[in-house]
Design a protein around this ligand. Structure first.
Ligand code: NAP
Length: 209
């Protein structure tokens, strides 16, 4: 019998309010660049770090994420944070996923650079970096100095040799959920910024009206 292969998974965390092609492209780019077996999208439930919550409830954002990822066999969507009651932390999510996938699984947490900045200055960044590498997806022209400054001491030490926080510039992230919501409020088009199945779902359910 052959040796069991270590699985490599991407964990794509986000509010996805709504999910758009920038997110999908970032996940696919990370999958190819870091040779990931699959990318698990984890839409947030009740984010702890926001005074103002998401525009849509967790269940609706989960549904949009399922629709958007359905045609990619290497993508799946987890309900971990959708179903979690109360405050939700990335560290808890990573530990739950490790329990599900097995302790030898190599994990890459992928999200926007501003969210990483927040995580690095908020809760247990060292423990998070013990669980996974972090991929900070940035828009073009993003100022990296703030992120570098926020990194914990252990990461700064290994920065040149073995970094666990990796920046990935994604031009498609010129698309943003905020812009999409503003477009909908102004009755401007969102088609081709968001997968067609999500456009249809938004229209059918009357989301963001
Ligand atoms: P956010 O503040 O809504 O987003 C920050 C920026 O990152 C926005 O420009 C956003 O663009 C972009 N972004 C968000 N998710 C992305 C993704 N997966 N790929 C590429 N860009 C992304 O951040 P958030 O969505 O609430 O949080 C992101 C993740 O970080 C979630 O998994 C959240 O649970 C986690 N987080 C955890 C803690 C903690 O545990 N203490 C603290 C902060 C964040 P769009 O608006 O276009 O998406």
């Amino acid at each position: 019998m052959g040796k069991l292969r270590t699985e490599r998974i991407g964990v794509m965390g986000g509010t996805f309010d709504p999910i758009h092609y920038g997110h999908l492209f970032a996940a696919e780019e990370a999958r190819c660049r870091f040779k990931l077996d699959e990318v698990v999208f984890v839409p947030t439930g009740n984010p702890p770090h926001k005074e103002q919550g998401p525009n849509l409830p967790a269940e609706s954002r989960f549904l949009m994420t399922v629709m958007a990822t359905a045609d990619n066999p290497n993508f799946r969507v987890s309900r971990i944070e959708t179903d979690r009651v109360g405050i939700s932390y990335t560290l808890d999510t990573l530990r739950e996923l490790r329990a599900e996938y097995g302790k030898n699984t190599v994990m890459y947490f992928i999200t926007g650079a501003d969210a990483i900045l927040e995580i690095m200055t908020w809760k247990e960044p060292e423990q998070i970096l013990e669980e996974c590498c972090i991929i900070a997806a940035t828009r073009l022209g993003y100022d990296l100095a703030r992120l570098e400054k926020a990194l914990p001491p252990a990461e700064r030490k290994r920065r040149k040799t073995d970094p666990r926080v990796i920046v990935m510039e994604i031009p498609a992230l010129a698309i943003s959920s905020t812009d999409i919501r503003e477009r909908m409020a102004a009755r401007r088009p969102i088609r081709y910024l968001v997968p067609e199945s999500v456009v249809q779902l938004i229209s059918k359910k009357g989301f963001y009206r």
